[in-house]
Design a binder for this molecule. Sequence first.
Ligand SMILES: *[C@@H]1O[C@H](CO)[C@@H](O)[C@H](O)[C@H]1NC(C)=O
Length: 163
Amino acid sequence: MGISVALVVVVIAGVIALGSTYPFHASCKLDWTVSTNCSAAMTAIENQFTAWADDSNCPQHDNERCFYTLKSKNGDTIKGTHKTPVKEYVDDLTFTFTTSGQSCKIHGFSTSETWYAVLDYSTNYCNLHNLAEGAGLTKMAGFTETTSDSICTQYSSRNCDKY
Ligand SMILES: *[C@@H]1O[C@H](CO)[C@@H](O)[C@H](O)[C@H]1NC(C)=O
């Protein structure tokens, strides 16, 4: 009895430790703020999906800034996918835009379609960040980005030049 209780405690502690480091499934949630209206921010993201739809921006398939597909734009939400150019893993992307005074708050979510993926070398983060950078959001006045390892897989070891 004592042993099984101890074992349960150890297992629970292990699960909590893993779960507090990264999400259980390879994914990334983040929040951006930009000092622009949401319709301009939405258009910028939408246009970037189109600009990077094929592989013209990664002809050697050696960077991730390509193979974005816009799936829908409804009200304040844009949905799409990103496919990695080499292994062709597909991630689902959702952007939600909320007006806040003179700013637009954008919630980004990227999640791997591969059900067993846990680690992703920060691919889900880069799916979101690269698109925002390409769209010019990261250079806009008042740009901020908020996320952390517990909600964004391998954020602190991110390498968006590669992944
Ligand atoms: C949003 O901002 C853009 C760019 O500054 C501007 O052209 C547009 O008129 C604004 N739209 C609204 C609805 O305020």
